[in-house]
Design a protein around this ligand. Structure first.
Ligand code: HEC
Length: 296
């Protein structure tokens, strides 16, 4: 590893990159025509760039702040935990513990990372509780070692390759999920066609979109029936019936009716998405299986 000579220049540059990653992920939802939502874990407050040595010198000053620290990785202390040390060439013992919730790219020892997250300083019992909340199980000796030390609950860990290693990425799609996704994409575009049909009072377009919506909502209903999820099955069935009503109202040129039915259709999409859909940090969606939902 070459000595790190551009310290101050890169120190300023990398946090700016990292912020762009956090902010960049806000744009994704706009595609779905929904209000943009912050990515999970987006800090609620502005991020303060600080050096690792100022944090280790006076951790109390930064407690509760969202900090951005660029420093070399000293050691891995668990799958989702590592330490950074202000000095790359010797172990100062003044390291900072970093806890991640997810890891999707390498964080290698002796490489520089930019860590962004809330800074905390806790006693060992609190640290145990907090690290568990973060999905990290620290051994008793690590809890002892890091009590009273600065710890960062990382939302973002930009590694040497410029990749945010803390992003939660979805696992590969199963064939069944892929088929379901295809249906949802079809539903999404048919819904877009329906909106255009309403805007232009276009009966032909309305008929096309409702034909697709009826077929795909039936597929969705069958899918959730197979999974014995009564609630989701009922929402898909409501959506299918709404598509039938829209079809009739549009054919009769009753556009005010179509508008209110389309509004209700939108609500049924949302109800099911809230319960059964989750968004990953790359902006993709997957089915989630809520524990509390009805299973026949
Ligand atoms: C009964 C449940 C249910 C209903 C009703 C439903 N969806 Fe979905 N939808 C899902 C789930 C689960 C996902 C996430 C899985 C996926 O994207 O593959 C999803 C994903 C999507 C996606 C993202 C597809 C992708 O992966 O890129 C779009 C777009 C979408 N739905 C549109 C709609 C619209 C528009 C409606 C209403 C007209 C609707 N959905 C109604 C369950 C539902």
């Amino acid at each position: 590893m070459p000595r790190f000579i551009q310290g101050s220049r890169r120190g300023l540059f990398i946090p700016a990159c990292a912020l762009t990653i956090v902010i960049g992920s806000l744009a994704v939802d706009a595609r779905q025509g929904q209000a943009p939502q912050p990515a999970p874990g987006t800090p609620p407050r502005p991020v303060t760039p600080v050096s690792a040595s100022s944090v280790t010198a006076a951790p109390a000053r930064y407690v509760g702040e969202y900090v951005s620290i660029t420093a070399p990785v000293e050691a891995q202390v668990g799958k989702l935990a590592f330490t950074v040390d202000p000095d790359k060439n010797k172990t100062t013992g003044k390291d900072i513990l970093v806890l991640m919730k997810h890891i999707s790219a390498p964080v290698d020892t002796n490489t520089y990372v930019t860590v962004i997250g809330e800074l905390i300083v806790l006693d060992s019992a609190e640290l145990e509780k907090k690290s568990k909340e973060h999905g990290v199980a620290l051994t008793p000796d690590l809890l002892e070692r890091f009590k009273g030390k600065p710890t960062v609950l990382a939302n973002s860990v930009v590694n040497a390759a410029g990749v945010d290693a803390a992003r939660r990425l979805p696992p590969p799609l199963t064939a069944e999920e892929e088929a379901f996704m295809k249906t949802m994409k079809e539903i999404g575009s048919a819904n877009g066609v329906l909106r255009k049909a309403i805007e232009g009072s276009d009966q032909k377009m309305a008929a096309e979109s409702t034909a697709t919506l009826k077929r795909t909502m039936m597929q969705t209903e069958v899918f959730f029936r197979g999974k014995r999820r009564q609630d989701a099955q009922a929402w898909a069935s409501d959506a299918r019936k709404l598509a039938e009503s829209i079809e009739r109202s549009a054919a009769a040129g009753r556009w005010d009716e179509v508008k209110s039915q389309a509004g209700n259709l939108g609500k049924s999409c949302q109800t099911c998405h809230t319960a059964y859909r989750e968004r990953f940090d790359d902006g993709s969606y997957r089915i989630k299986w809520p524990a509390g939902s009805q299973v026949r």
